[in-house]
Design a protein around this ligand. Structure first.
Ligand code: SIN
Length: 328
């Protein structure tokens, strides 16, 4: 239901991705270049959006594999300004699928929005014989118009996912996203939103990492770089050489502050890697454990070698630690 006290304007920010991709042949769903079609043209391709009070803005035009702080800052700055405008009801973002979960997580953490922020994407380029972008965009608009609470969600293939839970799990299928044990928040069916559970940032089942602070957005926007946090994987036949090379500070301008370990199973780490990680920790580097398993979380227990990620996936744990370190 639309909130009577909220403005009605929708803002759609474009950042590129496959949804804005173009291939030389319309039958080609994989050999395309991402980030070619403007967000204005993507919106114009969905006739049902024509009558809506929409504002579109091209924030970036990239393949999301290249996502990083400068585009996140531009996006957060634009989102913050639009969300502050009483005439705006919600903001949508078109984005590539490859790092969508990272952008959704960062935006949730730094903005803590009180209005809906809806990210959407596509697995087929805009030039495809049967592109999925127009339906995803139309579904995302339906979600943005019907959501009441503030939080960042992802809409893809008829499902609505929470920023904290969502992960890309398939390289090719249109239904490429999954929310793991939590499941999706809702489904979109012919423009209606069927909710499965409550829908706000406060609904998180695990304790939130300690970066929700009013100063965070300001520091994030002012940062030249995020504190350096690297991701390493524990695997059979691992040794500590990679960790020791990182800790030797090959980039003194951006010294290593943290390591997230994509650990095996319930947070276990190869003993050779534990040794090197303990050396890094002794030199002041924070070490956090997430699981490399596709589902589940590191269940806290006394035997863990290092602190755990509060249920965050390795890529999100890396961002959570960087944001926490940014706050000092
Ligand atoms: C991208 O992430 O920008 C390219 C891949 C995609 O959107 O599916």
């Amino acid at each position: 239901m639309l909130d009577e006290n909220r403005g009605q304007r929708l803002v759609i920010l474009g950042t590129g991705g496959t949804i804005a991709g173009r291939a030389a042949q319309s039958g080609d769903n994989v050999g395309y270049v991402a980030g070619q079609v403007s967000v204005a043209d993507l919106v114009a391709a969905v006739p049902a959006l024509a009558h809506l009070p929409l504002v579109v803005e091209q924030v970036a035009q990239i393949d999301s594999k290249d996502m990083g702080l400068p585009v996140w800052q531009a996006l957060a700055r634009s989102l913050a300004a639009h969300l502050d405008d009483p005439a705006v009801s919600s903001v949508l973002v078109t984005h590539g699928t490859d790092t969508l979960e990272e952008t959704a997580f960062v935006l949730q953490q730094v903005l803590q929005p009180r209005k809906p922020v809806v990210l959407t994407c596509a697995m087929r380029p805009a030039s495809a014989l049967s592109p999925d972008g127009p339906q995803n965009l139309s579904d995302a608009v339906a979600v943005a118009r019907q959501a009441t609470g503030g939080c960042v969600v992802v809409v893809c293939a008829g499902q609505v996912h929470a920023a904290r839970d969502v992960a890309k799990v398939h390289t090719y299928q249109l239904n490429a996203f999954d929310s793991g044990d939590a499941g999706p928040l809702a489904r979109v069916e012919e423009g209606g939103v069927r909710r499965f559970r409550a829908w706000s940032a406060g609904d998180s089942r695990d304790a939130a990492p300690a970066q929700a602070s009013p100063d965070l957005l300001e520091r994030f926007l002012a940062a030249e770089a995020l504190p350096r946090v690297e991701l390493v994987t524990s695997h059979a036949d691992a040794d500590g050489n990679l960790v020791r090379a990182l800790a030797a500070q090959p980039a003194p301008a951006r010294p290593l502050k943290g390591i997230v370990v994509a650990a095996t199973g319930n947070g276990t780490v190869h003993r050779s890697l534990v040794e090197a990680l303990n050396e890094a920790k002794a030199s002041g580097v924070r070490v956090v454990l997430a699981s490399r398993c596709a589902r589940g979380r590191v269940v806290p227990h006394a035997g863990l070698a290092f602190e755990h990620s509060h249920g965050l996936s390795p890529v999100k744990a890396r961002l959570a630690l960087a944001l926490e370190l940014l706050m000092g």
